[in-house]
Design a protein around this ligand. Structure first.
Ligand SMILES: [Zn+2]
Length: 434
């Protein structure tokens, strides 16, 4: 999928209304874009006069708003859509995922096509930037740069546990072996507490600090992480078929008794001075939440993936408590290996149905401004404002939804519509290509 080069990235966009930042619905408005960057928005007649040299595109019956931001996804796993039926028990799901992995010879084509397919799905649902966890980063990054306009923070996934610790340095170097561009910037992802030992986590966090790279990690996703860290027991431990097969555990892997969040704090995940996105955090006690609130780390809450793995049957996600404590909580999709689609609005819709009293505007913030901040891009994307990238979607809306920002947000979360048009860095993405 490519944007048409004939499309200008300097233009005026106007519609029935505009929602620049979730809290305010503006009528008779337009936004002026020059070289893919928003210059101004405001009264349509005024903008047209000030930017009279630019072509105008007017979208009827739509609201212009910032493109959605997905803080946690694995685009390269899109080839697994519908292949692992849920509800799934996590350790079994990992084995199924590995069994479905392509052969080494097929892998480049499969992962490249998979990532591009996932990016198309994101855009079709109005997502314009993704925090993408990538184990196959050497394949996925060039593929996305060549074939997709989607904005990506590509977190190179790194593991380092027990007998594989000697490979950590090379894995880290490979994960960082790529120049950041405006479209695709680089981050690091220590995978999870059962695949990265504490000293390796510290090394990865130190590298992120040195090179100013954002971090992302699966953390407190599973209750079983605590057992693993304490003594390598439980379903993720030494008796897990995968752990037996890999045969990585040795006497030098440090044990830790106080659970994954305190473990991550102990090994410096929260002290690298860079943005940190924690995927899931399904299980956290009061002390954990205090640590997270003080850390500045953001949480990517993946509602439908969490449901797929059965965590909703154990306890509700503490996301509301997190928000009360000032923790940045984003809604995210995780991958098509555990989620039916990559629509952020459907995540919001799912949450709204489970928590009917929730302010829909808060849910829209959790897929725009909050994830933008989580990825370290809070001054570049997630709202329509001067100096921000022109990542803009035109959402269809009936007249009845346009009485206020609250009524429009309510409609979005209720109906989860798809956008009529999408612009990324000011260039329209052709509907035919997504
Ligand atoms: Zn994930």
């Amino acid at each position: 999928m490519t944007q048409s080069d004939s499309q200008p990235d300097s233009l005026v966009l106007s519609a029935a209304a505009m929602l620049p930042d979730c809290r305010e619905l503006l009528f008779n408005s337009a936004v002026a874009v020059v070289n893919g960057v928003i210059q101004a928005h405001g009264d349509r007649a005024d903008i047209r006069m000030r930017y009279s040299g630019l072509p105008e595109i007017h979208v009827d019956n739509c609201v212009l708003m910032p493109g959605f931001v997905n803080a946690h996804c694995h685009l390269e796993l899109s080839f697994l859509a519908g292949r692992i039926p849920g509800p799934a028990h996590f350790p079994d799901w990992v084995l199924q995922l590995i069994a479905a992995y392509p052969s080494a010879a097929d892998a480049p084509d499969v992962f490249a096509a998979s990532a591009v397919l996932g990016s198309q799905e994101c855009i079709r649902f109005g997502t314009t930037t993704v925090g993408d966890i990538s184990r196959q980063h050497a394949i996925v990054r060039p593929a996305l740069r060549a074939a997709s306009p989607l904005g990506v923070v590509s977190f190179g996934e790194v593991t380092g546990l027990g007998r594989s610790r000697g490979q950590l340095e090379a894995r880290l170097a490979a994960a960082m072996d790529c120049q950041s561009t405006d479209q695709c910037s680089i981050g690091l992802s220590p995978h999870a507490p059962y695949s990265v030992e504490g000293p390796a986590l510290k090394e990865i966090a130190d590298m992120a600090r040195r090179y100013r790279l954002p971090l992302a990690m699966h953390l407190a996703e599973l209750q079983e992480e605590r057992d693993f860290l304490r003594d390598f027991s439980g379903p993720l431990g030494r008796n897990w078929m995968l752990m037996k097969r890999l045969d990585l555990l040795d006497d030098r892997v440090p044990i830790f008794a106080d659970g994954p969040i305190r473990w991550a704090q102990h090994y410096g995940l929260f002290s690298a001075g860079v943005p940190v996105v924690l995927a899931h955090v399904n299980y956290a006690d009061d002390t954990d939440l205090d640590i997270l609130a003080a850390s500045g780390a953001a949480v990517a809450y993946c509602p439908r993936t969490r449901h797929y793995f059965g965590h909703d049957d154990v306890a509700p996600h503490p996301w509301q408590d997190m928000r009360k404590r000032g923790i940045n909580v984003c809604l995210a999709t995780d991958s098509l290996a555990s989620n039916p689609d990559l629509s952020l609005l459907r995540e919001a819709q799912f949450v709204r149905r489970r928590f009917p009293g929730i302010d829909p505007q808060a849910l829209i913030e959790m897929i725009t401004t909050e994830p933008a901040t989580a990825l370290g891009l809070g001054r570049q994307i997630g709202r329509l404002a001067p100096g921000f990238a022109a990542d803009i979607i035109a959402m269809p809306a009936p007249e009845s939804a346009l009485t206020s920002a609250a009524s429009f947000a309510d409609y979005l979360v209720q109906e989860a519509p798809s956008p009529h048009q999408v612009w990324i860095r000011g260039r329209g993405v052709s509907r035919a290509s997504i």
